[in-house]
Design a protein around this ligand. Structure first.
Ligand SMILES: [Ca+2]
Length: 248
């Protein structure tokens, strides 16, 4: 499961440091605000597992969970859209023979933009040499290209504490696939407001384990006004009108 050429020099994968009101975190040379991560699993299709439990996506937001030999309606898995503070240790995987797993992911907080170079980073666990992942945006597909994650000193990064089939694994190979939104024809500075579709195929005996997606270039999402606020402001101006009339 772990490549023999893997350098296991890592001590601390996630150097959390304070940056304003939210704690930023890093995975090797990649730095994120938690709001940069894909936060919404909008739909899913196919068989998924998180190393412990099995899920069945229906092609919508509804999921089934395998429970004592039966599929029962259950909560959607959260491993592909976690906050990042768990590190890249949790995952949703397709396994060999289970067919492709399709995940529709949305960025509900900070909005990815087409900035300089790569704009999105998709992290995977285990050796994905024989597996495939395809990203689609507005129906346009792009095969992801995996590479190892390194820190600034060139040390290959691994994930520790990965729960897998009843074991807790350390030194699990960590891979990343970078995506430039320009490859989808997006103009420089354009914002990605549509969901992305990730199709995971375990074509080898290694699990095709997707851990998380993050935006490398993002802008803060404007905080929407509460629906009641315009009404409240309207009410206040009406009150002001009444008060002025009384004063007159
Ligand atoms: Ca770009």
């Amino acid at each position: 499961m772990i490549g023999s050429n893997l350098r296991l020099g890592l001590v601390a994968l996630f150097a959390a440091f304070a940056s304003g009101p939210v704690a930023a975190f890093s995975i090797g040379t990649y730095q994120f605000d938690p709001a940069d991560l894909a936060s919404d699993l909008l739909s899913g299709s196919g068989l998924a597992d998180n190393g412990t439990d099995f899920y069945m996506g229906t092609g919508a937001s509804d999921w089934y969970v395998h429970d004592n030999g039966d599929w029962v309606p259950g909560a959607a898995p959260t491993e592909a859209t976690d906050s990042g503070q768990e590190g890249a240790t949790t995952f949703l995987a397709a396994r060999q023979g289970s067919g492709p797993l399709t995940l529709e992911l949305g960025f509900g907080n900070n909005i990815p933009v087409n900035g300089a170079g790569a704009d999105l980073a998709f992290f995977f666990l285990f050796d994905q040499t024989g597996n495939n992942a395809r990203l689609s945006l507005n129906g346009e597909p792009l095969d992801l290209i995996f590479k190892d994650v390194f820190d600034a000193e060139g040390v290959q990064q691994v994930a520790n504490g990965v729960i897998w089939d009843g074991q807790t694994l350390d030194n699990v190979r960590l891979l990343v696939a970078e995506v430039d939104l320009g490859a989808f024809g997006m103009a420089p500075g354009a914002a990605l407001r549509d969901p992305v579709l990730l199709e995971l195929s375990a074509d080898s005996s290694e699990a095709m384990a997707f851990s998380m997606a993050g935006a490398l270039n993002a802008r803060m999402s404007p905080v929407p006004l509460p629906a009641a606020l315009p009404l409240m402001l309207g009410g206040l101006s009406l009150l002001g009108l009444v008060l002025r009339r009384r004063a007159a």
